[in-house]
Ligand binder design. Structure first.
Ligand code: CTP
Length: 403
């Protein structure tokens, strides 16, 4: 999955012949899972039609401050659009637009949107070779990069003028790759390996029956997706759930029982930097699992159970450089029980869910957590979606790994 998947991209098209390539660019962004909105300078419409770009981006293309078509006298809101974007790309960026951007002019909608944006801005220059190497253009590149914008350099080749040299806009595939690599480099969990346990475990009684629990696995899968999108290499070891792998780049290992999960987790633990145990592991399993379906006979039946290995406690014992995080789902003496587990299992922090909080726990889409750290500090959070909770937990891990 691309790092731009889910991102909101604002593409600013200016009046260069390379504008025709933006149709391909929009398609590449959409295929990579991004949302795209396009703004154009009025002159750019001579080079590629708004109809083409609005069809490909599935959004209206804006090129002026007023809604011309419906004569509604309404303003297009450049501030709203600038704030909507997760990233802005000006491509092709002509010498004229770059000069105006460098000086802070806002005499068209694209420039006003650029000035209003708070997101990272990339620009891909496209112009004739002499314009590209002119000292004023070079100075504008420097000014714009000093403002924190990122330049996607032009390449050499045949130019629209018939001359050959530097000034061709980078190819759409290369622009996409440049942006993806640039984002990946800045992700806080790049070069980190994360192990996550998730879901319930099923402990077989016979071939058709098991002891299990109501864990959906959602919290663990959200953590895996969030860790991956923050740049980590993720190994997700999950008990039986109906959930799909949220990202094909996550190494999802499906297991059934606590013993299976224990074997997988202890195998991978030495090679990871961070481990998060969110699985609801059965504490016990039947001593014997019948090979044939057990027939009903007597009025009562005894099932002898033996203790399962405590996966997290074993990881705590084996822990060296790793950051280790556990969960505690408690119904009484919440903080005290969670603090006990934090210490016994040698964790860096434990995420406490209280079943007494409505909207927290196994089956719900939301969760309300409190984090207890090994130094005794605690941090409470509001009720949030499990996606947001995953973000909060990983944030705390990033803070710890930067210490
Ligand atoms: N855990 C584990 N292996 C087990 C039991 C628990 O890895 N056999 C992990 C869970 O994934 C969770 C943490 O330990 O991160 C705490 O789990 P919990 O079930 O709340 O605690 P237990 O240690 O099982 O204690 P109890 O059931 O007595 O509350």
């Amino acid at each position: 999955m691309s790092v731009i998947s889910g991102k909101k991209i604002l593409l600013g098209v200016t009046a260069g012949i390379a504008a025709y390539k933006t149709a391909f660019l929009v398609r590449l962004f959409i295929k990579a899972g991004a949302q795209v909105k396009v703004v154009m300078t009025p002159a750019a419409k001579e080079f590629v039609t708004p109809l083409t770009l609005s069809t490909l981006s599935k959004n209206e293309v804006i090129s002026s401050f007023t809604k011309e078509e419906d004569h509604s006298n309404q303003w297009n809101n450049h501030v709203e659009l600038g704030l909507w974007a997760d990233l802005m790309l000006i491509a092709p960026a002509t010498a004229n637009t770059l000069s105006k951007m460098a000086k802070g002019h806002s005499d068209n909608f694209l420039l006003a949107t650029y000035l209003s944006s708070k997101c990272p801005v990339y620009f891909a220059p496209a112009m004739d070779l002499d314009m590209y190497r002119h000292p004023s253009t070079r100075e504008n590149f420097d000014i714009l990069t000093s403002f924190g914008n990122t330049m996607i350099p032009a390449t050499s080749g045949e130019l629209a003028s018939g001359l050959s040299g530097e000034g061709r806009m980078a190819e759409p595939e290369d622009i996409l790759k440049f942006i993806e690599d640039h984002i990946a480099e800045s992700l806080p969990l790049r070069n980190k390996k994360v192990l996550i346990t998730a879901g319930p475990t099923y402990e077989a009684i016979d071939p058709v029956r098991f002891i299990g629990n109501h864990s959906s696995g959602k919290m663990g899968f959200e953590l895996a997706a969030a860790a991956r999108s923050l740049g980590a290499e993720v190994i997700l070891i999950s008990g039986p759930t109906h959930l799909q792998n949220p990202n094909e780049e996550i190494n999802l290992i499906r297991v059934q029982s606590a013993v299976d999960m224990f074997e997988a987790a202890t195998k991978f633990f030495p090679e990871v930097d961070i481990a998060i145990a969110s699985a609801a592991v059965s504490d016990y399993r039947p001593k014997l699992s019948a090979t044939q379906k057990i027939k009903k006979s007597a009025e009562t039946m005894m099932l002898e159970l033996v203790k399962n290995p405590d996966i997290l406690a074993s990881l705590g014992e084996a822990k060296k450089h790793q950051i280790l995080v556990g969960f505690a789902l408690e119904t009484e003496n919440e903080e005290e029980n969670a603090a006990g587990k934090l210490q016994r299992k040698n964790l860096d922090f434990i995420v406490l869910n209280s079943l007494n909080d409505s909207g927290a726990g196994f089956k719900s889409e939301t969760n309300k957590i409190k984090i207890l750290f090994k130094d005794g500090k605690t941090k409470g959070f509001q009720i949030k979606s499990k996606t947001e909770v995953a973000g909060d937990i990983l944030n705390e891990i990033i803070l710890l790994s930067n210490e």
